[in-house]
Write a protein that binds this ligand. Structure first.
Ligand code: B12
Ligand code: SF4
Length: 459
């Protein structure tokens, strides 16, 4: 489910129905790792299979696992907990939880009695060590990166260093997935998959909570996974989901050399920053199957960009988009409104830039402070408020999240958001361009459903 605090109620309602249906990579990575270590592992993507609670329980009773594992991100914590509580009523085996949220509020999360063990941070070493300790009744306090309850006390062990790279673990267990079910409204060919070529990002934008320690894979290792996707799973399109795919130019050249040498035919898309591309690179990417570049543009106001530590000029943004168009690569821009430095004027600049760039697609979010980001830490210090802690403890819901640092109301932000989407996607020139570019009825249907998902009526 996509979270409503980032969108208006109507956009959220429609978007969450039509959201990107991406395989849960972290979980299939861990499944592959455990299988490699001799554990009998299975994985259910209840979301993609649209399973009801009863259907999940049915599957659990057939599989009969000793432990049930869940991934949690901050946004879906409350939903995940309520599912776990429901499932435990009928399948009461120990629950292990992990994911980005556990790194931020491990002890608070573990106060929920439906959880037994939490893996804090990287799971690569902690999860197998936890299972081994449970199997052999070893002392859990000796396992770094763990949180658990003992005699009603929450115990957090020493931190686990982040040292394992994605080259040291097996490729994700895509054989456990129904790959043909994954899709995005923008995909050109199915089946699709997603891939991560690096963990972390070397930049330090103040609103972001990504690990600043980049653990990147070599071009050879990435291409080996691409080959497995194509040859073993019949994948036709890959979305590279790491935040700054093109950050290392030398590696990009090697990656493209290998794709060329091996004659790999697949569509792909990436996410990156406008200051990490150039004309030549984009041209080569397009020749080798890249169909879309997703740029984090964020704001149309240089003052705001500087304040959030994104030191890039509007001109750099314009150039990156222009070069992509020249190369024949589709452009997707991410924008945010409601940053602490935003004013009505800066938001207007953002909406104007969005239109001026004439991107192929855009996503406009209401800025939401993420725990562990520089902005949130400063807000906490200044106000003494820690909303996400209260939320983790179950004492607040997402509806209690207030943007009290802004002179603009939430209702006004919603209006900007609705206007932004309407102005962008309802431009007659835009609609005509998109319709002319459609090559099949399937593509038309997808385009229409994508538009509807973004533009549904107020809910
Ligand atoms: C791919 C991706 C997506 C994809 C697909 C998600 C999916 N189905 O996997 C899409 C585009 C759908 C997506 C959407 C969103 N995402 Co996202 N996404 C990512 C991204 C880039 C990669 C995730 C990944 O596969 N990582 C690789 C694996 C190996 O790492 P991992 O998942 O962290 O798992 C490791 C540990 O956490 C741990 N672990 C994880 N799960 C478990 C479970 C158990 C049982 C155990 C023991 C251990 C464990 O072990 C793993 C190995 O070390 C991350 C950033 C990143 N680089 O990780 C953001 C990230 C997870 N997303 C994030 C956010 C905020 C969102 C959105 C809310 C954005 C939005 N505005 O809508 C939505 C929410 C969607 C939802 N409700 O699920 C945040 C979450 C922050 C947080 N505090 O929780 C992240 C961390 C990015 C960031 N830094 O801001 N996302
Ligand atoms: S916002 Fe993007 S570029 Fe900035 S630190 Fe986060 S991942 Fe890196």
């Amino acid at each position: 489910m996509v979270n409503k605090c980032f969108y208006t109620a109507s956009i959220w309602k429609n978007y969450s129905k039509n959201a990107i249906l991406a395989p849960p990579l972290g979980m299939v990575y861990l499944s592959a790792l455990l299988r490699d270590k001799g554990y009998d592992t299975n994985f259910i993507d209840a979301n993609i299979l649209h399973l009801s609670k009863e259907q999940i329980l049915e599957k659990l009773h057939v599989m009969n696992p000793d432990y049930v594992l869940y991934n949690v991100i901050t946004d879906n914590l409350q939903d995940t907990l309520s599912w776990i509580r429901e499932i435990r009523k009928d399948y009461n085996k120990p629950v292990i939880i992990g994911g980005p949220h556990m790194e931020i509020y491990p002890e608070e999360t573990m106060t929920h009695e439906c959880l037994d063990y939490g893996v804090v941070g990287d799971g690569w070493e902690t999860l197998p060590e936890l299972l081994d300790a449970l199997e052999h009744k070893k002392d859990l306090t000796k396992v770094p990166g763990l949180v658990f309850r003992k005699n009603d006390k929450v115990i957090l062990t020493e931190p686990r260093p982040k040292r394992v790279s994605l080259e040291e673990v097996p490729f994700p267990a895509r054989d456990l997935l129904q790959n043909e079910k994954y899709d995005t409204v923008l995909s050109k060919a199915r089946p699709i998959t997603i891939m991560i070529t690096a963990l972390g990002c070397p930049f330090k934008c103040t609103y972001c909570c990504t690990d600043t320690n980049l653990r990147a894979r070599s071009a050879e290792h990435i291409v080996a996974e691409v080959e497995e996707c194509i040859n073993t799973f019949g994948i036709k399109e890959i979305e590279f989901y790491d935040e700054t795919f093109t950050v290392n130019r030398k590696k990009m050249n090697r990656f493209l050399d290998l794709v060329e040498e091996k004659g790999l035919k697949f569509y792909w898309s990436i996410r990156t920053r406008v200051d990490c591309v150039d004309r030549e690179l984009l041209g080569r990417m397009a020749k080798n199957g890249c169909i879309r570049v997703n740029f984090g543009i964020e704001s149309g106001d240089e003052k705001v960009l500087r304040a959030i530590n994104r030191n890039m000029s509007i001109d750099t943004i314009r150039k990156a988009v222009q070069w992509s168009k020249e190369a024949g690569v589709m452009t997707f821009g991410f924008f945010m409104i409601g940053l602490p430095q935003d004013t009505k004027e800066s938001i207007e600049k953002t909406l104007n830039l969005m239109l001026e760039l004439d991107l192929d697609f855009m996503q406009l979010n209401k800025f939401t402070m993420l725990p562990n980001s520089e902005i949130y830490e400063a807000y906490k210090k200044e106000t003494g408020k820690d909303f996400w802690r209260e939320y983790t403890l179950g004492k607040a819901t997402l509806d209690d999240l207030k943007r009290d640092y802004l002179q603009i109301t939430d209702a006004e932000l919603d209006e900007y958001l609705e206007r932004g989407y309407r102005q962008f996607y309802y431009r007659p020139r835009y609609i005509l361009k998109k319709l002319l570019a459609v090559s099949s009825f399937r593509e038309f249907k997808r385009l229409a459903s994508g538009a509807i998902s973004l533009l549904g009526s107020r809910g």
